[in-house]
Design a protein around this ligand. Structure first.
Ligand SMILES: *Cc1c(COP(=O)(O)O)cnc(C)c1O
Length: 493
């Protein structure tokens, strides 16, 4: 039994509920309806019994609770995935978003009945404008990638209005998230990859060589996905502007800057903010997100409609805007996610927002400092909100990033992000976030050091056999992805 705190409960083999099925439930069942069914319901009556497993209520509850225990969630242990930021969702944000007066609103309710939520969203827009240094904000996009598309559509509309219709080239650094080139392509643009310099940052000479009369924009993530701050950011933005292009900021890593530095002040024209990464609502479960976009004065006319507006006595939705790219969502935004973000920002307030970035950066550097002698650090020096290691040392002994990740599972931790960013061989990207304590970080670092020591000691077979604690060990991920078996054959064959 490991001494680490994150170890999840005992896991039992659990058959599918249909494999457990009995034809007759051996338990109390509620009595049926006395007498004939009401006439109006007759047409809905089944002709044959439903094909559901005959289990008692306790058997059913236990089945699903046991399955839930197979899962490693943020509530069972540390979850250091990089390039994701928030994993822990402070309870107070959840509570506020679930207040019946907010959670039970309908998007099509008459405006005079939703003044409260419009007022909250209006405030959130201005807070995001102030945080980003780009004062004009839309809350509509439903994810970061959706925000990228909306931002690029605005950039394209602006260039078109200047008659610059041949500017269709979007420069994307090779460290960027895959959504960047995908969004540019979806927007009808051509992407050109910019190679990073040896320090993991943009190489100015390389950038210059790609800037020309066809350049529409540079898409830039800062800090970038290696956890490094683009220290030449002002010069980068100036170069792109001089060439007639705009700078699109991928704000997924805003958590490293919030309350301290503002992308708008750095020269960025347009930024999406993954509120589900920076301000609550972790998106690890693939659930809803929100990717508000903040822009400067140049791009403001192109913001989507409807826009939340205010006259002397009420909030209303403005649909008329000549240059707008139009609506990009069926409503004004993913309100539940936006409300959680508003709650998190308000909890820190103007004065304390910088604590988020300071703690996130401190935590990442603490992990880096404890692990840098045991693991290779591709870009030495301070990192921002996430730290990047590689398996270079361990690889000499035949142990790869994947083996380290699998061993972490046995020690009670969710693995870090592996093999991303793509430009770093054997990458391990660790992002603790601002919500973790030093004690938790220490147990994680102890586990990482134990693995490094195990490699040094030549305990290779054991590492290659990891993980041994979960019910399933190493799955054939390629077969699972190529030939997924998603249905249970009814006949049982
Ligand atoms: C997560 C992420 C995105 C995409 O955001 P989604 O909300 O998942 O669509 C884009 N860029 C970076 C750097 C990211 O980490």
């Amino acid at each position: 039994m490991s001494a680490y705190s994150g170890v999840t409960g005992i896991q039992h083999e659990e058959p599918l509920i249909f494999e457990r099925a009995h034809s007759e439930p051996e338990s109390i069942s509620l009595p049926g309806i006395d007498g004939p069914a009401p006439k109006a319901l007759k047409e809905f009556l089944r002709e044959n019994p439903a094909n559901i497993p005959g289990l008692s209520e306790p058997e059913t509850v236990r089945h699903f609770v046991r399955l839930s225990q197979w899962n490693h969630g943020i509530e069972t242990g540390f979850y250091p995935l990089g390039s994701c930021t928030m994993k822990y969702n402070p309870r107070v944000n959840e509570k506020i978003a679930r207040l019946p007066g907010l959670a039970q609103l309908h998007p099509d309710q008459p405006l005079h009945t939703v003044q409260g939520v419009l007022s909250l969203l209006f405030d959130l827009q201005s807070w995001l404008g102030e945080i980003s240094g780009l004062p004009f904000v839309t809350l509509q996009p439903a994810a970061g990638a959706h925000g990228e598309l909306a931002g690029l559509m605005m950039i394209r509309a602006h260039l078109d209005s200047l008659g610059e219709i041949s500017r269709r080239k979007v420069l994307v650094p090779d460290s960027a998230h895959g959504t960047n080139p995908a969004s540019a392509a979806l927007c009808g643009m051509r992407t050109v990859e910019i190679k990073s310099g040896p320090d993991g940052r943009i190489d100015l000479a390389e950038l210059k060589s790609h800037l020309d009369g066809e350049t529409a924009a540079l898409m830039l993530t800062n800090p970038n996905t290696t956890g490094m701050f683009e220290s030449d950011i002002r010069e980068i933005c100036d170069l792109v502007h001089q060439a007639g292009g705009l700078v699109y900021g991928d704000g997924a890593n805003l958590n490293a800057l919030v309350g301290i530095a503002r992308p708008g002040d750095m020269g960025i024209d347009c930024l999406h903010i993954n509120v589900h990464k920076t301000f609550s609502t972790p998106h690890g479960g693939g659930g809803p997100g929100a990717g508000p976009v903040a822009v400067n004065e140049t791009l403001a006319p192109y913001l989507p409609v409807p826009r939340i507006a205010k006259d002397s006595d009420a909030f209303y939705l403005e649909y008329e805007a000549e240059k707008s790219i139009g609506p990009i969502l069926g409503s004004i935004g993913q309100t539940g996610v936006l409300l959680r973000a508003a709650a998190y920002i308000a909890a820190f307030g103007h004065e304390h927002l910088h604590k988020i970035a300071e703690d996130a950066v401190l935590n990442a550097n603490y992990v880096l400092a404890r692990l840098k002698d045991a693991y290779h650090v591709p870009f030495p020096g301070l990192c921002k909100h996430e730290c990047l290691l590689t398996d270079e040392e361990q690889n000499r002994h035949g142990i790869k990033t994947l083996d380290i990740a699998k061993r972490l599972i046995d020690l009670g931790f969710h693995p870090m992000t592996v093999y991303f960013p793509l430009i770093v061989h054997g990458a391990m990207l660790i992002e603790p976030t601002e919500t973790e304590s030093k004690r938790t970080l220490d147990t994680f670092c102890d586990a990482m050091l134990e693995i490094a020591a195990q490699v040094e000691a030549g305990d290779i077979e054991a590492l290659l056999a990891a993980p041994q604690k979960p019910v399933r060990s190493r799955l054939d991920e390629t077969v699972a992805a190529r030939n997924p078996v998603l249905t249970w054959p009814e006949s049982g064959d």
